[in-house]
Design a binder for this molecule. Structure first.
Ligand code: BES
Ligand code: MN
Ligand code: MN
Length: 462
């Protein structure tokens, strides 16, 4: 690995410049107006893969945004690592809260990133983290030190549910045959506390519409006698939690895994300062089930949150209206062994049931996904552990994450392999938020660590 590490050291500045190029492309998968930019980004990723030495590089069209594929098969007898990442990004809104434009990357120092961090939409999630794999591969290939076969599958629809990637996996099982999937689309605990993600939450996402009167009304003429759908919706949403923060939907917790005390102790080993957490968010108190620590509430326990709520008049000044309709988007994060479809159904039935006779309710399910757990007694987990130990100088801790990557459960189901969640971002990197950033330390550490993963994996699979 010496040549590889020397190669990385010698090409650091170019690696960064190339990532900045990728970050300048607004590949916003959710907004159809940006479809051409998403495609342009896919082409750019394919160019980088080719330049890094990958063979059979293709930009594969789908019903949505394209999938970029490439591979290097050095020896069919060697293990094969399928590298997954996504080049699409979340919409950057609200734009006015960014300190610099989201698609004009700049490097600034922060308290947690004294060496500097790249500020741009997608810097961490997931262009920066995906790009580490292309550069680690380039270094291994250029120095003749690549110890495994690699296949790259990089998608442009992760942020909108990966529907077409699921279909692609189903119909390309042979092409994608591999021994494990490796991805960096998660976080680690801190720059001096390396960790490997061993669990992801699943997701159920619904939109609700509450209809009161058949038209908007004068709130003076009708107010007091006609139910206001916004008032009703607010009350319905509020009733979804009890006083202690438990979700009140009947049956919601039926399949929730009771994590054993040993694993809970391990999860709570991660350094966590409640006061610093509250100070960072500028809140005076936290929320949630009293029998679980904040770490547990966001990882091994399910959650329910309104993501948006609207209706009536929200413009300048006052308009006295009793609106006809009110809406909300609601997400539920799921844990093993909850099933997305079942939870969505329980939610829908409950929400319709609790609606008073004065309104009509419609629930529309959006994309969902299953939770995932990663076992630690596998060659891939061990390889990741040794790789991080090598470059950080200490044992990484196993950690569960509260986020969701629905495709991970699908990899196991369709391709029959486990995934390794080797992320280098920090939870404080503001992914999906204004001023998303990714530390230069993290970017380079990832590029240095990934080659060790491949080396240890090749050895452990012998
Ligand atoms: N990379 C994130 C998921 C993530 C974030 C995992 C932080 C671990 C730590 C991914 O891009 C994402 O945002 N997923 C969505 C779900 C998807 C179906 C839109 C999410 O978690 O909201
Ligand atoms: Mn991501
Ligand atoms: Mn994301």
């Amino acid at each position: 690995m010496e040549k590889t590490q020397a190669y990385i050291e010698a090409h650091k500045q170019r690696f960064l410049d190339e990532l900045l190029e990728l970050l300048r492309i607004p590949s916003i998968s959710a907004d159809p107006a940006y479809a051409a930019e998403v495609k342009r980004c896919a082409e750019k990723v394919a160019d980088f893969l080719r330049a890094a030495g990958a063979d059979n590089v293709e930009v594969i069209p789908t019903k949505g945004h394209p999938i970029v594929y490439g591979e290097k098969i050095i020896d069919p007898a060697r293990p094969t690592v399928l590298i997954y990442g996504h080049y699409d990004v979340q919409p950057p809104d609200p734009l006015e809260l960014w300190d610099s434009p989201p698609f004009e990357p700049v490097i600034r120092k922060t308290e947690l990133h004294p060496d500097g961090a790249i500020f741009a939409r997608g810097a961490c999630d997931d262009k920066g983290q995906m790009f580490m794999h292309i550069k680690a591969f380039e270094a291994l290939h250029a120095t003749g030190e690549l110890p495994v076969n690699v296949k790259f599958m990089l998608e442009g629809e992760e942020e909108v549910g990966s529907d077409n990637l699921g279909i692609f996996c189903e119909s390309n099982k042979e092409k994608l045959a591999c021994d494990c999937v490796l991805l960096s689309d998660t976080s680690m605990i801190a720059n001096d506390v390396p960790s490997i993600t061993v669990g992801l939450r699943g997701l159920s996402y619904v939109e609700v519409e509450v209809t009161g009167p058949n038209r908007d009304l004068h709130s003076g003429v009708y107010g007091g006698a006609v139910a206001n759908p916004i008032n009703i919706l607010a009350k319905m949403i509020a009733s979804l939690h009890d006083e202690e923060g438990r979700i009140t939907i009947p049956g919601f917790y039926d399949d929730v895994e009771e994590v054993d005390p040993e694993e809970r102790a391990l999860l709570n080993q991660a350094p966590f300062d409640v006061d610093a957490y509250m100070a960072d968010l500028d809140v005076q108190a936290l929320f949630g089930e009293p029998d679980y620590t904040p770490i547990e509430r966001t990882t091994i326990r399910p959650s329910l949150d309104a993501n948006g709520i609207w209706g009536g008049y929200t413009g300048e000044g006052a308009k006295t209206v009793l609106p006809s309709k009110a809406y909300a988007k609601i997400s539920m994060r799921l844990v093993p062994h909850q099933k997305s479809d079942k939870i969505t159904k329980l939610f829908s039935e409950h929400f319709v049931r609790i609606a008073p006779p004065s309104v009509k309710v419609k629930v529309t399910p959006h994309h969902g996904g299953e939770p995932a757990v990663v076992p630690r007694n596998t060659p891939e987990y061990q390889a990741a552990h040794h790789a991080m130990k090598q470059t950080f100088g200490k044992d990484p801790l196993p950690m569960r994450s509260g986020g969701s990557i629905p495709i991970v459960a699908l990899f196991e189901q369709v391709l029959g392999v486990k995934s390794v969640l080797l992320g280098f971002g920090l939870d404080s990197d503001a992914i999906h938020s204004p001023n998303e950033h990714y530390g230069l330390f993290n970017f380079y550490k990832g590029i240095e660590t990934i080659p060790w993963f491949h080396k240890y994996y090749a050895e452990l699979k012998k």
